[in-house]
Design a binder for this molecule. Structure first.
Ligand SMILES: Nc1ncnc2c1ncn2[C@@H]1O[C@H](COP(=O)(O)OP(=O)(O)OP(=O)(O)O)[C@@H](O)[C@H]1O
Ligand SMILES: [Mg+2]
Length: 419
């Protein structure tokens, strides 16, 4: 679908051809028309005077696509400079041509902006600068002019993309593995902070974590709180409700989330811990946790995933009864799920790998009641710091061994040349 079709008038019917046309196809390729429409949209946003009053040199750096809409960006991220301070910023904007069809896009952006305003000044959280704002943009298409609304907010730009540390071939050095574990501890601290503030993220994944550097040290920062769940007292205070988080992609999604319990704060906290566990695996292994879980368990995984679902419509809204049935089903299906192990090819020594496996198994337990609790996260960080030290020492020992070998070889060479 053309990204401007929502605002475009129906095109005139083409004339009927009377013979089979064998010449060149004059119709633009679908991808080309998407690209043209998108370029027009992006130009319209970045040249709107209400936009340029706030942001300078805006350049689109990311287009976010929905699960089904493959060719049209739902949101656009721009890198820009704040017009007043000149500061490096990121602007997240809705695709104007989709707002009418999908009002929830605007709702999620509004929610995200509100949550970020509450979290302003809090360490390890994305820092908002311009709160949610809607402006009118003028899009020129085929000689006609269309006025469409665009909503956005801006936040401080972060230049450390931690995504590069996942599924990476470079984890063949113990020092790199140690650094990845340090990054993971920082990610745990960020999630602990968010939970302490009364929110659960519900959409934790590598692309929703960025990094900032201060005094040579890197800190993980959580971004993309558009699907976060807030404690009821926060919702009451800000008079807004957490968005619907159904149909999350399965990759980092815990069994409770895809089984219809995404509105339960305690379970959503546990779901964040599950996503963290998946990411720990992926910081140390080249495979995705989800694919490996599927490969390890095959049909057992699908049988469990399909059978534990208890829909919201069941028990007429009696949440306690619904949860009781879910717990019962988990007791039946969860024990057969095997949590994948970090690859045997890993350079991490076996004893450290076993310890890491215990941590991943506990954080990714299929049954949330057996999963690492919020209160146990500090203990996990301590254990990981110990493993970091072991890996760093092992790395130094290897370096020392290599140097000794080089030294010995040099001595031998000198011996030959003197002889
Ligand atoms: N403040 C920022 N600084 C630097 N980069 C950013 C910032 N905000 C967003 N980005 C970049 O844009 C990408 C998408 O942003 P964001 O996660 O907020 O959008 P999204 O629509 O929720 O994306 P998705 O659905 O893929 O999670 C991020 O993964 C990151 O690379
Ligand atoms: Mg994101």
């Amino acid at each position: 679908m053309n990204s401007l079709s929502a605002i475009k008038e129906a095109p005139e019917q083409p004339e009927q051809l009377e013979f089979t046309f064998e010449g060149y196809d004059e119709e633009p390729l679908p991808e080309k028309s998407f690209a043209t429409a998108e370029t027009l949209t992006l130009n319209a946003i970045t040249s709107a005077s209400d936009f340029t009053d706030l942001f300078e040199d805006a350049r689109c750096i990311s287009r976010i696509y929905g699960n089904n809409e493959e060719n049209t960006g739902l949101y656009y991220i721009f890198h820009a400079h704040d017009a007043v301070t000149g500061r490096n910023i990121a602007v997240k904007a809705t695709n104007p041509s989709l707002c009418q069809q999908h009002p929830q896009l605007e709702d999620c952006l509004k929610w995200e902006s509100k949550v970020l305003q509450i979290l302003k000044g809090k360490h390890r959280m994305q820092q908002i600068l311009t709160p949610h704002k809607t402006i009118q943009t003028n899009i020129q298409l085929e000689g006609k002019s269309y006025i469409v609304p665009v909503s956005f907010f801006s936040s401080i730009y972060m230049d450390i993309d931690v995504r590069k540390s996942f599924f990476d071939e470079a984890n063949d050095r113990l020092k790199t593995c140690a650094n990845r574990l340090k990054l993971f501890c920082s990610m745990i601290s960020a999630v602990q902070r968010l939970h302490r503030e009364g929110f659960c993220h519900r959409d934790l994944k590598p692309s929703n974590i960025m990094g900032v550097r201060k005094d040579g040290k890197c800190t993980a920062v959580l971004i993309d709180l558009g699907l976060s769940l807030a404690a009821p007292e926060i919702e009451r205070e800000i008079k807004l409700f957490s968005p619907d988080a159904q149909d999350l992609p399965m990759m980092y999604c815990s069994p409770e989330l895809y089984s219809g319990f995404e509105d339960n704060l305690e379970l959503a906290k546990s779901a964040d811990i599950y996503a963290l566990g998946c990411m720990l695996f992926e910081l140390l292994d080249k495979r995705s946790f989800y694919t490996t879980l599927n490969e390890t368990n095959g049909s057992t995984f699908w049988e469990a995933a399909n059978n534990i679902r208890v829909g919201k419509e069941e028990f007429n809204g009696n949440e306690n009864k619904r949860l009781a049935l879910f717990n019962e089903l988990l007791s039946e299906f969860a024990p057969s799920i095997i949590i994948p192990r970090i690859s045997e090819d890993s350079i991490i020594p076996r004893y450290a790998r076993n310890e890491l496996h215990k941590i991943i198994s506990s954080m990714c337990a299929f049954d949330y009641r057996k999963r690492t609790k919020e209160s146990e996260l500090d203990g996990i960080k301590e254990k990981l710091h110990l493993i970091v030290r072991i890996l760093e020492n092992e790395h130094l020992r290897e370096l020392y061994k290599k140097r000794r070998e080089i030294h010995r070889a040099k001595k031998l060479l000198r011996g030959y040349s003197n002889a």
